[in-house]
Ligand binder design. Structure first.
Ligand code: MN
Ligand code: MN
Length: 468
């Protein structure tokens, strides 16, 4: 009797794996393999956008600049400076009645090279770095790192760099002190253990020339000579470059049961990939479906490729223009009638660090999508707090499509906090809720997700766009 009542009244707390049949597991594992393959070819925002554009082209999406008139069913995109991208599938209903947006970000925490990175010390060549996003600095030493990015010459020529991913490529690393001599370092607070200014990449050790005469900075000279031969660049060319250091390891299946994925950059490429993959499968939709792949979220969404920029408004205005319905204030009206899933990762409950989570309100790996009604810190400061009506609407979509979800918070009250791009679209008037995949080791070089949640994300974003 009590058991039956419990079944009826308590919320379902099972993981998605329980009672799963072999076919479903197979679908989930295959989808996750596609995700891992994509991650290995898209470690930076530029690489993600380049792959996404290729894929969208092959699926019949067109650059909006090349389209004269938009009709229901048309598929278009706008690529913003090769670092962010917006895609749309035009719906049956007028844009005036609002659109359904899923917004993720494709930048991830990493180390960037400084404008003047190269120097020599003690017979080694080094590259100086400046970290990007919220990292624990000690995690980025003594791991293999690869260099990705672009160098732009004064004539506009772009040299694309990707060293450290291929099996025969060299990799790079940042050294750390041996424990034998680290007594002083080990007394420091964890956050001070490694100085930001000491995150210098080991990049070479052979002096230039035959060694006959001693030239100063001959190891640095040798590196520049190699770079000049290979890429036709000089030291000054490194000042107009975006070179990013990311972990050189591959995305891998984790665990004896193969249930999880370990990979760099899953914040937020797990939501970016799953929403993008869902968009590629859309055909007829009632409301226009829009997918945002944003840049610069990890440093506050500023700048012309970040979500705070007006480039997104420009894209939506172009949808209105080319649908032949634009008029004053229509853009504002459209946003007020729109709905959005802010597709970003959530902190997964980690039993080893259980003390930071309020267990009944924590997101668990394998229990499906994490919905965060609000984020922020302390007294919800800075939060975009979704309206209960909208949470109810999203719950309805999840439940009618049999998708598992958990409505949770990032951590215990007053223990920290965080934010996403949710507030930016909410400020424009849209209904927004954070809806993503729970993650372990967030912002580390090797983040962990559950394959069950990865596939749930894909299903959620697709169901949201296809809702009638
Ligand atoms: Mn994120
Ligand atoms: Mn993040």
């Amino acid at each position: 009797m009590e058991e039956q009542l419990k079944e009826k009244l308590f919320k379902n707390d099972k993981t998605g794996w329980e009672g799963m049949d072999i076919e479903e597991k197979d679908v989930i594992y295959r989808f996750s393999q596609g995700y891992m393959d994509f991650l290995n070819r898209a470690k930076t925002e530029r690489e993600f956008i380049a792959r996404a554009k290729e894929h969208a082209d092959s699926k019949g999406f067109r650059d909006i600049a090349t389209v004269e008139k938009l009709n229901p069913g048309d598929k278009v995109y706008y690529v913003n400076r090769d670092k962010s991208m917006y895609l749309a599938v035009i719906g049956e209903e007028s844009l005036e009645k609002g659109i359904n947006i899923v917004g993720a970000h494709v930048d991830s925490p990493r180390l960037d090279l400084k404008p003047n990175p190269l120097y020599e010390d003690g017979g080694f060549a080094y590259l100086k770095t400046h970290y990007y996003g919220g990292i624990k600095k000690y995690q980025w030493t003594t791991i293999p790192l690869s260099i990705h990015g672009v160098i732009v010459k004064t004539n506009g020529e772009r040299v694309f760099i990707n060293i450290g991913e291929a099996e025969n490529d060299p990799i790079f690393t940042i050294t750390d002190l041996l424990p034998h001599l680290a007594q002083e370092q080990m007394q420091k607070k964890l956050k001070d253990g490694i100085n930001g200014e000491d995150l210098n990449l080991l990049a070479g050790s052979i002096p230039y020339g035959d060694g006959d005469k001693k030239i100063p900075e001959s190891v640095k000279l040798n590196i520049l000579s190699i770079l000049n031969t290979k890429y036709g660049i000089t030291e000054q060319d490194l000042t107009s470059a975006e070179l990013e250091l990311v972990p050189a390891f591959k995305a891998r299946t984790l665990g004896f049961d193969g249930s999880m994925v370990a990979a760099y950059g899953q914040d937020d490429k797990v939501c970016a990939y799953t929403s993008f993959a869902a968009m590629m499968e859309l055909e007829k939709v009632r409301k226009t479906a829009v997918c945002i792949l944003s840049d610069k979220e990890e440093i506050g969404s500023m700048g012309n490729t970040g979500m705070e920029s007006h480039v997104f408004d420009y894209f939506i205005s172009e949808l209105l223009n080319k649908s032949g319905i634009n008029k004053p204030n229509l853009l504002e009206k459209l946003f007020c009638y729109s709905k959005m899933l802010s597709a970003d990762v959530d902190a997964g409950f980690d039993p080893i660090y259980a003390s930071v989570s309020d267990k009944p309100n924590a997101g668990f790996l394998g229990k499906g999508m994490s919905l965060n009604k609000y984020t922020g810190a302390r007294g919800k400061s800075g939060a975009s707090d979704a309206n209960a009506e909208f949470v109810g609407y999203i719950r309805h979509i999840m439940e009618s499509n049999d998708i598992k979800y958990q409505v949770v918070e990032l951590g215990k009250v007053d223990i920290g906090g965080g934010g996403t791009i949710a507030y930016i679209l909410a400020n424009k008037g849209a209904d927004v809720i954070d809806c993503g995949v729970p993650l372990l080791s967030m912002h580390s070089p090797y983040e962990v997700t559950s394959k069950y949640d990865i596939y749930s994300a894909y299903r959620t974003y697709k169901a949201f766009w296809e809702a009638m």
